[in-house]
Design a protein around this ligand. Structure first.
Ligand code: PHE
Length: 452
């Protein structure tokens, strides 16, 4: 029997929990900082509002209509008329993405957990660990330490998932998401009080058009396209599209939930967290006169330095990494769920067994990509170590490809069902919705591949 959520709120918070993750708090602030502040924010908001919302809502609806696992779904909604190629392709890509995204995700969430513990030690005065560049370099060079933290995160995730959709995923989200918002608001309020932070806020909310390639002397289309694709890729990642999560979370929905509204909530919460996280990270860095365009090291090197200079910095440091960890945990949970559900429904495994299989696979793949990352394994693909390669291939190609396949299927095979199930009444809304799914998204995604 395919299960159901206990409540609408549970569904919204679980889906928002999936969406809000490392992408919002770790990745988004550095993308903004590197790409023109307010200008990037604006392009991102356009991507989310004009495309992301519709893709998310459609995928949730497809899931609800199918009410089964992501492989049988294609046949079920067409009464067996859809070619097997759809489920083979969709199924293969989902499994590929789930395993390779989680392999990378676990490493980063492991770093986060180790920072939570180190900053907690400093806070209670139990010991004193200098949280700085050195710590990050030592951590990322050590295979054993990273694997240890990664496996610990996998164990926590599995313990939650074993308890089921309602008792595990939903209950955890009902507690953790409000907690996450409290932490965020606390940090933003504190940041406002720090002298010099207004420079960062100004940078965030005043678009620098030159960074988009728009200057008085002309218009650099390549630059603009580059930023737009970056923003769209981030929107797809942040809204958890491209891994079967929205589909499977939608499949647990009851018929009376208004997906248009719930989807809107998820998109708003996700975008709000990304914006608030940037309002913490970017001003913090500006207030201390540091460079904010540091890329991935921003959260793990620059920010700890900033916190260590601030009054009350020990508390701030702990709260920030706790926030990052909580956000990432609810995302990792969601990444496992599509495959767990598949193993239960297609292979007849118990939930416990299915969770252990996915977790075991995650341990193995993380161990391999990590070994390549630390240089213990000399394999490279496309000139990259396996960690960077997995991140690059899923982020630039396979997640987008999966969204493309779903778009074509939903737009050209089952659009009337999606429309009716969503109960769309407004004609303009309906026309725009079908235009986005059938034409606009596929074209943009194909362009994305060509340019990538
Ligand atoms: N949305 C998550 C984040 O922002 C990542 C994620 C992608 C989770 C795809 C599930 C599926 O970190």
């Amino acid at each position: 029997m395919h299960t159901h959520w206990g409540s609408k709120l549970g569904f919204v918070l679980a889906t928002a929990g999936s969406a809000v993750g490392l992408g919002n708090i770790w990745r988004f602030p550095y993308l903004i900082a590197q790409n023109g502040g307010g200008a990037f924010l604006l392009v991102y908001l356009l991507c989310v509002g004009l495309l992301g919302y519709f893709l998310l809502t459609a995928k949730i609806t497809f899931g609800r209509i199918a009410a089964t696992n992501f492989i049988d779904g294609f046949q079920k909604v067409t009464n067996g008329a859809a070619s097997r190629l759809w489920s083979r392709l969709g199924g293969f890509l989902t499994i590929f993405n789930v395993f390779f995204v989680s392999a990378v995700y676990v490493v980063v969430i492991g770093w986060t957990l180790s920072y939570v513990v180190a900053s907690a030690q400093n806070l209670i005065g139990f010991s004193s660990v200098a949280i700085d560049k050195n710590l990050f370099e030592t951590l990322t060079a050590s295979y054993g330490t990273q694997l240890f933290w990664g496996i610990l995160c996998i164990v926590v995730t599995s313990l939650i998932l074993i308890r089921g959709v309602k008792g595990g995923i939903e209950k955890t989200s009902l507690y953790l998401m409000p907690f996450l918002f409290l932490l965020l608001i606390f940090m933003v309020a504190w940041m406002f009080m720090i002298p010099g932070s207004e420079k960062g806020l100004k940078f965030l909310f005043t678009p620098n058009w030159a960074d988009l390639g728009i200057t008085e002397s002309g218009f650099d289309i390549h630059k603009l396209a580059h930023v737009a694709l970056l923003a769209l890729g981030q929107a797809i990642y942040s809204l958890s599209l491209g891994m079967g999560v929205c589909f499977i979370y939608g499949s647990y929905l009851k018929p009376n939930t208004d997906i248009k509204k719930s989807g809107l909530w998820v998109v708003i919460l996700d975008t709000l967290v990304a914006t608030l996280a940037s309002m913490i990270v970017v001003p913090a860095v500006f207030a201390f006169g540091l460079e904010s365009n540091q890329g991935p090291g921003l959260s793990f090197i620059t920010l700890p330095f900033v916190f260590s200079q601030m009054a009350g910095g020990k508390i701030f440091m702990f709260v920030f990494f706790l926030l990052l960890f909580v956000a990432a945990l609810t995302s990792l949970i969601s990444i496992y769920e599509p495959v767990i559900n598949l193993l239960i429904e297609r292979k007849g495994l118990s939930r416990k067994m299915a969770t252990m299989c996915v977790a075991g696979m995650n341990v193995i793949l993380s161990a391999v990509v990590l070994a390549s990352f630390t240089g213990h394994l000399s394999w490279t693909i496309l000139g990259k170590n396996l960690f960077d390669c997995a991140d690059y291939v899923t982020g630039s190609y396979t997640m987008g490809l999966m969204v493309l396949i779903y778009c074509v299927f939903m737009g050209w095979k089952i659009w009337p069902q999606i429309r009716d199930n969503l109960k769309i009444k407004n004609k303009i809304f309906e026309n725009y919705f079908s235009f986005v799914i059938k034409i606009l998204s596929p074209i943009i995604l194909v362009l994305l591949f060509i340019m990538a």
